[in-house]
Design a protein around this ligand. Structure first.
Ligand code: 3PG
Length: 364
């Protein structure tokens, strides 16, 4: 990847800057502007060099997935001007790129049309770089192309997980979608010293061990996880918080009833995990430990606090975990140089599993 610092003679030229301002919107307002802020250093750098910028982002799902309604960029544009405080004459926004079905079809003619709108392409959208879309993988082949600072930062930091990480190395994996995460689990059972499984993923493991998981969320794919279960590095919850009627009860994993729903990992498990955090030198954490949107955010918050207070080298990733992190008032914690918060969801998982992404390869 060539860095934007290597761009020559950019003064007066137009940069097509692919960003990912796909941020949560509620009642017409941006709820979390983390991804917008993340690209400001690249934008400021390009402006200082005298470039003009055409910002290209998607927001929400495309036409086919959203039933024909593609989100309006207005709230994003409004927030962008509020936080960037830049002069408006050098920056323009392209329409929500997913308004055009050709984007997701990775259409060459569409990419060619886009390429005529600028002189240089910059990718600062790590979190969409796992998508083989026109503005991510084809456009960079049609113009001189560079990586923005945020993309570089993601690659540099996430690569620490598979390039000589410090030990003891603790990998914490939560969230759902067991079948998509199994390659990641297998990879980090080799690279890490301990792999803790929480969230809905843990339900799959507990079920495979023969425990009752009641009405908890499980993945239906019949994947044989016996081998993984035998691995001594694997750590599962010893207790959980269940929703039983209207009540939330802490129970041992062998006490879950047929009508109960597991919402979170339990108190004893949180304590054990905090001890593991304390003795670790490197932590990679993706996905929340409980069903945070249904009252199961407590353990994730507690363990996050232990991690943030520990001074351990840490990488946090995944949209849901980052939302819980944002709810903690992250500005009260000193993040750099030890803690890196990834902007990616699926992209982070793919990068951690494969060591690269289609949008990164396209810059090479
Ligand atoms: C994300 O939110 O992870 C990125 O913006 C990619 O969005 P997508 O999953 O709709 O491609």
């Amino acid at each position: 990847m060539r860095s934007i610092e290597q761009i020559e003679n950019i003064k007066g030229k137009t940069v097509l800057l692919r960003v990912d301002f796909n941020v949560p919107i509620k009642n017409g307002e941006v709820e979390d502007d983390f991804r917008i802020r993340a690209s400001l250093p690249t934008i400021n750098f390009l402006l200082e060099k005298g470039a003009k910028i055409l910002l290209i982002t998607h927001l929400g799902k495309g036409l086919s997935a959203s039933g024909g309604m593609v989100a309006d960029l207005e709230p994003v544009i409004k927030r962008f001007w509020e936080i960037s405080k830049l002069e408006k004459d050098k920056i323009e926004f392209f329409d929500n790129i997913r308004k055009f079905p050709e984007e997701e079809k990775n259409d060459l003619e569409f990419a060619k049309k886009l390429s005529k709108m600028g002189d240089v392409y910059v990718n600062d959208a790590f979190s969409v770089s796992h998508r083989e879309h026109a503005s991510v993988v084809t456009l960079p082949k049609l113009l001189p192309s560079y990586a923005g600072f945020q993309l570089e930062k993601e690659v540099k930091n996430l690569s620490r997980a598979f390039h000589k990480p410090e030990h003891p190395f603790l990998f914490i994996l939560g969230g759902a979608k067991f079948s998509t995460k199994i390659p990641l689990i297998q990879k980090y059972l080799e690279l890490a010293d301990e792999v803790f499984i929480g969230g809905a993923l843990a339900n799959d493991f507990l079920k495979a061990k023969g425990y009752e998981v009641g009405k908890s969320l499980v993945d239906d794919t019949n994947y044989d996880i016996k081998k993984v279960l035998e691995n001594k590095k694997l750590i599962l919850p010893v207790d959980v918080v269940v929703k039983s009627g209207d009540k939330f009860i802490n129970k041992k994993v062998n006490e879950v009833g047929k009508d109960e729903i597991i919402l979170d990992i339990g108190n004893e498990t949180v304590k054990n995990l905090a001890l593991l955090v304390e003795k670790s030198k490197f932590i990679l954490w993706n996905g929340p430990l409980g069903k945070y949107e249904a009252g199961g955010a407590k353990s994730t918050k507690e363990v996050l606090k232990s991690v943030l207070n520990s001074n351990t080298q840490t990488i946090i990733g995944g949209g849901d975990l980052v939302s819980v992190f944002s709810s903690l008032d992250p500005r009260t914690y000193k993040l750099e140089p030890n803690v890196f918060v990834s902007t990616g969801g699926g992209a982070t998982l793919d990068f951690l599993a494969n060591g690269t992404l289609p949008g990164i390869k396209a810059l090479g």
